[in-house]
Design a binder for this molecule. Sequence first.
Ligand SMILES: C[S@@+](CC[C@H](N)C(=O)[O-])C[C@H]1O[C@@H](n2cnc3c(N)ncnc32)[C@H](O)[C@@H]1O
Length: 289
Amino acid sequence: MDDLDTQNIELQLLLQAIHLKYGYDFKNYAKASILLQAIHLKYGYDFKNYAKASIKRRVLQRLERDNFKNISEMQHRILYDTDFFENLLLELSLNVAEMFRDPQIYLRLRHKIIPELKKFAHLKIWHVGCSTGEEVYSMAILLKEEGLYERSQIYATDMNKQLLKQAKDGIYNIKKLRHQKAGGLESFSDYYSAHYNHVVMNKSLKEHILFSDHNLATDGVFGEMNLIMARNVLIYFNRELQNRALGLFSDSLSPGGFLCLGLKESIVFADCAKHFEEIHKDEKIYRKS
Ligand SMILES: C[S@@+](CC[C@H](N)C(=O)[O-])C[C@H]1O[C@@H](n2cnc3c(N)ncnc32)[C@H](O)[C@@H]1O
């Protein structure tokens, strides 16, 4: 028996003892870790450095919802039924997105950051964790209205290919529009064609957007960006993965480039923080020196 086996047995005994004494049953939590390792080996998605409690909660919710007897039964299904896995991946990757989410960000971009970006002949913008694309189209509209779209190239990435497909299609059921609150100049309806119960974003907004898959846990840098929008992605990572991702953003930005994080995210603890100046505290906008 090697050290790892001994440690596993000790861990199992400890978990049993906690269960008996305090009634908390962590058995499935421990097994959920093994399941995440299996997903990494088979599909290449590495959830090791995600905030553990939330990811395991989702796995266990799915276990209950689909009436699996235990994690091993669910693991078998995940590893041998790709459709089932893809569906679970959508839940694990927490993909909530909205047009002009946090309108004050777009106001700040419009009035403070765009004037700086206008000084460049060409612009490269990276939307990290773009999900179903709402944020990317919001940016495309902003750039159009500010006369910058034609000289911009937007890279929109996400680790989840299903979400990227939806982003490319640009078909939405728009309930909450925040275009005007975000300082929108034209009527929002100029940017889509309306159908019975959905809208399709105009082709002209897609011309300068390149969608591709990129995983912040395993992939490398994107060169010479002037602006990186990385909103509401880091929040799901532990410190180690946040640090990796922020390092990638730092290495991908040109000097003077901007980084915009989600309202609950920050760069202060990261190794690369010394390369950045915080320029809009509330909106979490930083500039690389
Ligand atoms: C909550 S959404 C954010 C969408 C958009 N940025 C916004 O703020 O509205 C988080 C996105 O991050 C993506 N994501 C999660 N982990 C990732 C990783 N390791 N690499 C790239 N994208 C990831 C998810 O697939 C999901 O689409």
